[in-house]
Design a protein around this ligand. Structure first.
Ligand code: ZN
Length: 99
């Protein structure tokens, strides 16, 4: 549709990558996204949500890092169980067969 009016911050997000609609930061996974949100959710009794994004300094303090592609990652990367290959034949995940 609009070929020229594309925001510079728009990226092609693959897999579990996502962008925070609040602060605009990019995250390598939903887990990393969740890790940069803090504060209580709104309560059932009409309490306002005080959920907010961590600042860059706060994210770094939690051990989060920005990878080369510009996506925030948590320090837990690689420690969990291996992801199940649930994608189809068009999977964009590339095995680390280099080197
Ligand atoms: Zn955010």
């Amino acid at each position: 549709m609009d070929t020229n009016a594309r925001p510079a911050t728009r990226r092609h997000l693959t897999g579990d990558r996502n962008q925070c609609p609040t602060c605009g930061a990019f995250f390598n996974s939903t887990y990393a996204f969740d890790a940069h949100r803090t504060g209580p959710f709104g309560g059932a009794q009409g309490e306002p949500s005080r959920r907010r994004c961590l600042t860059v300094d706060e994210m770094r303090a939690k051990g989060m890092t920005l990878n080369q592609a510009g996506f925030w990652m948590t320090a837990r990367r690689g420690l969990g169980p291996k992801p199940i290959a649930s994608c189809g034949q068009d999977c964009e995940i590339q095995a680390d067969t280099g080197a």
